[in-house]
Design a protein around this ligand. Structure first.
Ligand SMILES: Cc1cc2nc3c(=O)[nH]c(=O)nc-3n(C[C@H](O)[C@H](O)[C@H](O)COP(=O)(O)OP(=O)(O)OC[C@H]3O[C@@H](n4cnc5c(N)ncnc54)[C@H](O)[C@@H]3O)c2cc1C
Length: 389
């Protein structure tokens, strides 16, 4: 029942904005349209054709906080008024060049610097592959030795990451490291663990991400907990189901190996619940950042907190959803006093187009996600007596 209040969920949206969201999700619900649209948008991007205005007029305002700091901070303030914290991310796509990686670092530090004057920006984050080359992550994950040049590039990557963490610690902001494809993840885990050992002695500054759609992740989580106890550090965990199901299954199929991903959505849900229960049972040592749009998962945590008389603003429990999605979870939880962080990507339209394409694709491929958004928006439009076709 806690998530039923659509008036609270959409109170920041005008009738016009809500209608726009309705038509947008209706478009996104058509898989063939999204596939064709994404295909042409990717080609247009490669050819440097001016597709930005199309995105600006459609998906941008639904899924992005703005084109720059000023626009993004206006939204941050509105969310703060609704007791929601924000997690800003400059969403330009990573580059494979050293110069591009240095620019990514500058953008992360710039975003981090906004937190100095804005206390409701208590998290920031990065994709490790935005700061170092994919091929390095792949080689390291597969335990293939680096060449001398690669060794140097790896050190530069580690320096960039440490710079992010040192800056975050200096201003008291926690930093989330995204989880990526399984063939890159061993290297990301290695880095995340060493960062937690260094920066999380007292409180969790660094959060790793664990994708519970992977069959091996519950054991990984338990092993990580043992390591942290032995080495006396705190764990920060962004717990997610995982975003690369199709890519992972396709790669495993092509290589003729068993997919690392659970064989069904139900098995992913069971694994996710087991991971969630493990984290909650060890809340003294682990901080939870629940990255999910799933009502049952959020409710599982809420019920556990009630049963265990844990305060709603417990510093080790955070609920998080992407901007433009699952507002019924974010706004209703925040109104009840739970700690909620909205993930807010921002950046110039032409640079965030790849992120927007991914949003449209994910909304189409994750079954149930778009119908759920549509039915909630429809419910609110009915309540406001606004007609749509
Ligand atoms: C704040 C935030 C941060 C995130 N950060 C990351 C990140 O760093 N890395 C990352 O990979 N993802 C990340 N995600 C995305 C996340 O992993 C999920 O893809 C997305 O949230 C949908 O899952 P759900 O729990 O919200 O809900 P649901 O809609 O209940 O679950 C959908 C998910 O279930 C799984 N699934 C669906 N069908 C199947 C199937 N047939 N077999 C097995 N599993 C299946 C997939 O993981 C799918 O994404 C993040 C999400 C949020 C909200």
């Amino acid at each position: 029942m806690i998530f039923d209040n659509t008036q609270k969920a959409y109170h920041l949206k005008s009738d016009k904005e809500l209608c726009k969201a309705y038509y947008l999700f209706r478009l996104i619900s058509q898989q063939s349209l999204v596939s064709i649209g994404s295909y042409f948008a990717k080609i247009a991007l490669k050819l440097k054709l001016p597709v930005a205005p199309i995105f600006k007029a459609t998906v941008f305002s639904q899924f992005c906080a703005g084109i720059d700091k000023e626009e993004a901070l206006v939204l941050v303030k509105k969310l703060e008024d609704s007791k929601i914290q924000s997690y800003l991310h400059f969403a330009a796509e990573e580059s494979e060049t050293e110069k591009g990686m240095d620019i990514s670092l500058i953008k992360i530090l710039e975003t981090l610097s906004f937190s100095k004057d804005t206390p409701c920006l208590s998290f920031t984050g990065f994709k490790a592959t935005a700061l170092g080359s994919m091929s390095l992550f792949e080689k390291r994950s597969a335990k293939i030795n680096f060449t001398k040049t690669e060794e140097k590039a790896w050190k530069r990557l580690l320096n960039r990451i440490h710079t992010c963490c040192q800056n975050a610690r200096a201003i008291g902001v926690s930093i989330l490291i995204d989880a990526e494809e399984s063939w890159l993840q061993n290297a990301i885990d290695e880095i995340a663990e060493s960062l937690m050992e260094k920066y999380n002695k007292e409180i969790p500054i660094v959060y790793t991400t664990i994708q519970m759609y992977r069959k091996d992740r519950l054991d990984y989580l338990k092993g990580l907990h043992e390591k942290a106890i032995n080495k006396s550090y705190k764990i920060g965990v962004k717990l997610v189901r995982g975003a690369y199901t199709e890519k992972e299954n396709l790669k495993a199929y092509k290589l003729g190996i068993t997919s690392p991903i659970c064989d069904s959505k139900e098995l992913t849900d069971t694994n996710f619940n087991n991971g969630l229960d493990f984290v909650l049972d060890h809340l003294k040592d682990i901080s939870l950042f629940l990255g999910s749009h799933n009502e049952s998962s959020s409710l599982r945590v809420v019920n556990w907190m009630t049963e265990n008389k844990v305060t709603k603003d417990h510093p080790h429990i955070w609920f998080s959803q992407l901007f433009g999605m699952a507002d019924h979870i974010s706004f209703n939880l925040a109104a009840e006093g739970y700690s909620v962080v909205k993930y807010l990507p921002y950046g110039p339209v032409n640079q965030v187009v790849p992120y927007l394409i991914r949003r449209a694709e994910e909304n189409t491929s994750v079954s149930g996600q778009t119908p759920r958004e549509l039915s909630l928006i429809k419910k609110e439009l009915r309540r406001r007596k606004v007609k749509v076709f």
